[in-house]
Design a protein around this ligand. Structure first.
Ligand SMILES: Cc1ncc(COP(=O)(O)O)c(C=O)c1O
Length: 461
């Protein structure tokens, strides 16, 4: 018997669901969410869930914040729309750009606004091309990303993304995108290889790739400080230090994709600080507005801006920008969100809560199903394995992660299964009690999954 509700059926008849296995959705129907408040959401039957992934790693201040709603309402009454093309500008875009320059721990000159993490990364890639053309290096165009990276789904961003489902069927990646090794020590280190030795090997491999391609053709390296959609992969010790040395040696720009990690997620304001990065440019989105409005920002250094400004004498307009670049309601909301982060010490509180979060996570290291526990600050994942001693993965056909996810949902916790890794990324405003409740539900779901795995005989001998 179908369990699809009447609204679910209406939805299926009209909505094309993104990032979804459509055949399964058509059998099972969507989960209709009707309301959100704080860290909770409710479905159409009135069941309450903790939103353990902060929406899509983005609702840092939780749902239904009255102050943010009031700012959006006032902004709509004052100036509901304004753009930044040609000579136009407006107050909220200007002030948010100023605020971001002040807040971000690198010396950036200008802020380019978009609406999503994907368009921010597309802008980055177009800027790199434009810049190298402007300064007379037309061959220096290739972009290096990493296997398992997620940088979004627009043409260029999806080409940088290093996960197969985002390429399959789309004829991606397009030419000029290369993928170097994924820095996941647990899965890809040689037996007995330390994190440091693994990091050295990956930096050497990156250098070899650049040399093979010819350094004069390699323009930029794009990386998430912690790889989110790839499975919450935390870089091994010394990785970025060594990678950045290689990039500097061959004059390859470093684009930091802080779309998930920016704004307090990893225990500091930006993961650039957590991992001691010195990026040339940075992509921001998601928690920039705590997902109350769509907004992204590309942080641009002076040397790049100057080269682009100079060439405009010859080339005319810089032909890139969106109808909604710097949208007044999005930027007004962004300003309010950043004000709340500062006023309420949200990042410091998140850093303290992050320590408790990691301590809760660490307890699952003893769980018979868990091969690796990983994370930093308020983001983490447990990877479930068929053999704890060897790290042997489950057969993907057993869909163990999917089963665990269903148990979490039944237990009132929304999280994300990335293969058999179960990711958590709760709102930064989660209280200690709520955090305890998240892990009670998470642990119960893992135990229920273990019972099922044993019943089905899925553990490796
Ligand atoms: C690191 C990273 N970059 C870019 C994106 C793409 O952002 P959007 O979905 O807003 O286009 C995401 C989305 O999850 C992301 O995690």
């Amino acid at each position: 018997m179908s369990t699809i509700s009447p609204t679910g059926a209406r939805d299926l008849a009209a909505v094309f669901h993104p990032m979804t296995q459509i055949s399964t959705l058509n059998e099972q129907g969507p989960m209709m969410i009707v309301r959100g408040e704080g860290i909770h959401v409710w479905d159409e039957e009135g069941k309450q869930y903790i939103d353990g992934l902060a929406g899509l790693w983005c609702t840092s201040l939780g749902y239904a914040n009255e102050e943010i709603a009031a700012v959006a309402y006032e902004q709509i009454k004052t100036l509901s729309y304004g753009h930044l093309f040609l000579d136009k500008s407006h107050d909220t875009a200007m002030r948010l750009a100023e605020k971001l320059k002040e807040m971000v721990p690198c010396d950036f000159s200008k802020v380019f606004f978009g609406l999503s993490g994907s368009d921010a990364n597309d802008t980055q890639i177009k800027l790199v091309r434009y810049y190298n053309n402007a300064i007379g290096r037309p061959r220096k165009k290739k972009i290096i990303a990493r296997q398992k990276a997620y940088h979004g789904i627009t043409f260029a961003a999806a080409s940088a993304t290093g996960l197969q489902p985002f390429h399959q069927g789309f004829d991606l990646p397009v030419a000029g995108f290369l993928h170097t090794d994924c820095p996941h020590h647990y899965r890809f280190a040689e037996p007995g290889e330390s994190e440091e030795a693994f990091a050295s090997r990956l930096a050497d491999s990156l250098e070899a790739l650049i040399l093979r391609e010819d350094p004069d053709t390699v323009a930029a390296f794009i990386a998430e400080p912690i790889m989110g959609a790839g499975g919450v992969l935390v870089p091994p010790a010394t990785y970025f230090e060594k990678v950045q040395q290689v990039l500097r040696k061959y004059d390859v720009l470093f684009i930091a994709d802080e779309v998930i990690t920016g704004f307090g997620r990893t225990g500091q304001a930006f993961a650039t600080q957590t991992f001691d990065l010195a990026p040339d440019t940075m992509s921001l989105a998601k928690s920039l507005t705590s997902a109350y409005m769509p907004l992204s920002a590309v942080m641009i250094p002076e040397f790049m801006y100057q080269a682009i400004a100079e060439i405009s004498k010859e080339w005319g307009i810089f032909g890139h920008g969106f109808t909604y670049t710097g949208h007044p309601v999005s930027t007004a909301v962004g300003l309010k969100v950043l004000e709340i982060y500062e006023r309420d010490n949200v990042f410091d509180n998140a850093a303290r809560l992050g320590e408790q979060f990691q301590a809760h996570m660490a307890r699952f290291a003893d769980h018979p199903l868990v091969g690796e526990v990983r994370g930093r600050g308020l983001i983490g994942a447990c990877e479930l394995v068929a053999n704890k001693a060897t790290g042997q993965a489950f057969d993907p056909a057993s869909a163990v992660g999917k089963y665990a996810l269903a148990r979490m949902k039944a237990n009132g916790l929304i999280c994300r299964a990335i293969g058999d890794s179960l990711a958590l990324c709760p709102p930064l405003i989660t209280s200690q009690d709520e955090l305890g409740e998240i892990f009670t539900r998470y642990g119960k779901s893992l135990d229920e999954t273990l019972e099922w795995v044993r019943r089905e005989g899925l553990l490796a001998a």
